[in-house]
Design a protein around this ligand. Structure first.
Ligand code: SF4
Ligand code: SF4
Length: 158
């Protein structure tokens, strides 16, 4: 009994183990709260740092994509759409299960899992959740421009 009382008393003066996020008190609407954060009316309580190799929102380096379709074929949730005219892909984050198989299979490292995890949205087709180009990624293998005379031919497009 005394041991239990000691533990309870000790815990009364300890900080909570959970991180208070995104605000000290739960907002009525998280999206409205994030809008107010964007307008700098309130401050976001910082999240805990994500661990190494965290699998957050996917990023896609469109320019350096060779159009090989391997990511499109391996994706278990059909989150990747093949765009035959452009020989590029489009990714629907709302369908992604964050398995990173597309990242692993991409031969030119034009896909990456980022640390971004604040993905709540009322619209699953919102711009933030449909990835068409995230710009150059640190590990991307640069492709030579077609007019340089040494263009890399995309792999089998069928
Ligand atoms: S991470 Fe997995 S589910 Fe998401 S797009 Fe890549 S292969 Fe598909
Ligand atoms: S696997 Fe990589 S290079 Fe191939 S289509 Fe997907 S993103 Fe492009």
């Amino acid at each position: 009994m005394w041991e239990a009382a000691k533990t309870i008393l000790k815990q009364l003066f300890q900080k909570p183990a959970t991180n208070i996020f995104p605000a000290k008190y739960a907002p009525v609407s998280t999206l409205s709260f994030l809008d107010r954060v964007a307008r700098q009316e309130v401050k976001l309580h910082p999240p805990v740092a994500v661990p190494p190799k965290f699998r957050g929102k996917i990023a896609y380096d469109r320019e350096n994509c060779s159009g090989c379709q391997q990511c499109y074929k391996i994706c278990p949730t059909h989150a990747i759409e093949w765009l035959p005219e452009e020989k590029k892909i489009k990714i629907f984050v709302s369908r992604c299960c964050f398995c990173a198989q597309c990242v692993d299979v991409c031969p030119v490292n034009t896909l990456a899992m980022t640390e971004e995890f604040l993905l709540a949205n009322y619209d699953k087709y919102a711009d933030a959740l449909v990835i068409v180009d995230s710009g150059e990624l640190p590990g991307s293998k640069k492709r030579k421009k077609p007019d340089s005379g040494a263009a890399e031919e995309p792999a089998n497009q069928s």
